[in-house]
Write a protein that binds this ligand. Sequence first.
Ligand code: NAP
Length: 280
Amino acid sequence: MENVKLNNGLTCPVVGIGTFMLSPADAENSVREALKMGYRLIDTANAYVNERAVGRGMKESGVARGEIFLSTKLWPSEYENENAVDETLERLGVDYVDLLYIHQPAGNWLAGYRQLEKAYKEGKAKSIGISNFEGKYIASLETKWEIAPQFIQVEAHPYFTQKELRRTLDKYGIRLMSWYPLGHGDKSLINEPIFAELGKKYGKTPAQVILRWHTQMGFVVIPGSKNVDHIRDNLNILDFTLTDEEMAKIAGLDKNERYYHRTDAQLVQFAAWKPSFEKE
Ligand SMILES: NC(=O)c1ccc[n+]([C@@H]2O[C@H](COP(=O)([O-])OP(=O)(O)OC[C@H]3O[C@@H](n4cnc5c(N)ncnc54)[C@H](OP(=O)(O)O)[C@@H]3O)[C@@H](O)[C@H]2O)c1
């Protein structure tokens, strides 16, 4: 497994599995199977309401806790709950996470960030991150953080490469973790002819070429899947290298266009929404 070095000296695998929109049963299955086939990075969130299932999948895999890089996120309605971190750890069945994000710049997000810094100092989060904090949000946070984050998790794929944000990240050595790396299943991205062409050259699927592009951009990538064949394919991307010319051709697809457009009204809803956490 290739790893990237973080700005606090730790390392993180370049490929992992995401669990957004996976039911607890699917998340448990995907996490167990992914770890058994060699994945070492898992991404979940309070809001996915599958943290207990992720914890079960980790245990069932037989892979030692110390070998796994586990990432989760506090939801905005938890930012002022002083037990939010301990409750998250309890649901996951672990005594620390490798990466803890605040999920959205909603509600009292500074209180959320302070919880991350506290968890970091206490060893409950080995690294910390911000999710969906582009533009004015990271600009505001960078004047207030005591500990700079190790990661930002944002939408990124060949149609939307976060060019502007990356200038700020470079200042602090913050790593980008891509969400919607495959366009959330959108066929137009996967069906771009360049990916079929390069796939033919390297003996890979279009999805594998896209994921390799992410890692060569320096991004950490966490494709979501409940299909064991896709999960296997998504890990099998590190045995070929796109040339500079091929990377430049893919750069030509950038439309600076997101799939997901969040509104201010949604941020208000996010702050009010309380996940119905799994009881067991
Ligand atoms: N921080 C945030 O706000 C945020 C937002 C969205 C997502 N995320 C994180 O980012 C992760 C990735 O995003 P995502 O899961 O929404 O989108 P994605 O990874 O871009 O796409 C997932 C979709 O692609 C399909 N797929 C996966 N591997 C494939 C392959 N090799 N070939 C063809 N199709 C494939 C999956 O279907 P199958 O199940 O059939 O494989 C699923 O429909 C999430 O799981 C989550 O951890 C974070």
